[in-house]
Write a protein that binds this ligand. Sequence first.
Ligand code: DGL
Length: 266
Amino acid sequence: MTAPILIFDSGVGGLSVVGALRTRLPGAPLAYVCDNAALPYGTKPDDWLVARIVAVCRAAVAASGARALVVACNTASTLALKALRENLSIPVIGTVPAIKPAAHASRSGVFGLLATSATVSRPYTQRLIAEFAPDCTVVRLAADRLVAQAERVLTGMPWDDAVITASLAPLWEASRLDTVVLGCTHFPLLREALVRHAPRDIVWVDSGDAIARRVAQVVFPAWHDTSESDASWASAAQQAGLARTLAGYGFSAPYSLALPATVSTF
Ligand code: DGL
């Protein structure tokens, strides 16, 4: 059995990145874990969350034999990526609010960040805004009640219009706001409701494809992408003519094969 890519979230939110992963990595085995006994994460204290997230992910990685962990949760990623990387020996790919793409997408320079109350107030999020949207006005809006709405919708129940209206209302006070970052992986699952409740055309930006691209880089260097050459490796990658020879067989220029320092050479 091929080791899967493990997707983790507090609930069903992580499913919003599965489509992008399947598109980017056709045929790659996936596994999913949710900590639904502790849902929602967005309103819980940081110290408790870090310990919980590490414990859940360690257990799930051991159970699934995963080759990589995708933390498909902004609330967990903006808090616990470092702790996860210290505690796991496989690659950990996080999800953070798509501030940079939103800053590019917004024509007015006024955009919203819709996320859990934890994510909107985290230093990590503040740093993203300072780095990638220094000239923008970012309306940060905690919308914890939308998490339960997404959980409802995915189990086939209708969303509650009153909750959606009330959750979004503060965004529309910024008359020039033209773009909204879906900074919680649950929210793309409510896209239809969000679009219906917006008073004007809005660009909704989520992190799904960016995560999938990152996973593709980390987990399967190049070979999954049929638009590119297959990857190759060599311990002496600079050998003259080698790259061209490999190219003739559909391979990209060779990566240098990293060998442990203890491996002897002539
Ligand atoms: N889906 C999660 C996120 O991206 C969190 C939802 C929650 O448990 O509060 O932030």
